[in-house]
Design a protein. Structure first.
Length: 152
């Protein structure tokens, strides 16, 4: 299956060519539309392809598992931009109708996506909740065990 066909199928309808081309351009995937889906793609290209498919689907809830994993520094900024578009970050909070859960082990994506609330889960239990950037800084300085103190 070609990438263009996958994007159209993900949308659940045959979108206009310029709409697909526009989305692909924003994801820097225009040159990949006639290639087999994810065949021979680098890690960053696979992530951009996945986000292109999500943009076409326009889901109410997006679950993103380590979107920065395997992505180089140039592509992580683009991944962040696409996530912000997917989650309608350009709109006021009350005007958004999409939300997302981003799972990260490094926190690098927080440099490009502003999240309202962060959680730390240890052994299947949420042990800390708060500002994601503050939580990340605490972990960098004091380790995960400091998060466990929040829960006590």
């Amino acid at each position: 299956m070609k990438t263009r066909d996958m994007v159209a199928a993900c949308a659940g309808r045959r979108q206009l060519e310029e709409s697909i081309d526009s989305m692909a351009g924003r994801a820097d995937m225009s040159d990949f539309l006639e290639r087999d889906i994810n065949y021979g793609f680098s890690g960053g290209e696979v992530k951009r392809s996945e986000l292109l498919q999500l943009l076409a689907q326009q889901p109410d809830l997006a679950l993103l598992d380590e979107p920065e994993s395997g992505v180089d520094l140039v592509n992580i900024a683009l991944i962040g931009k696409l996530i912000n578009e997917l989650l309608q970050k350009e709109h006021h909070l009350r005007d958004r109708n999409r939300s997302g859960l981003i799972i990260t082990h490094t926190g690098h994506i927080l440099e490009y996506v502003s999240a309202r609330t962060g959680y730390v889960m240890m052994n299947g239990v949420v042990v800390c909740e708060g500002d994601p950037k503050e939580i990340l800084e605490t972990i960098k300085k004091k380790g995960y065990e400091e998060c466990r103190k929040c829960a006590m």
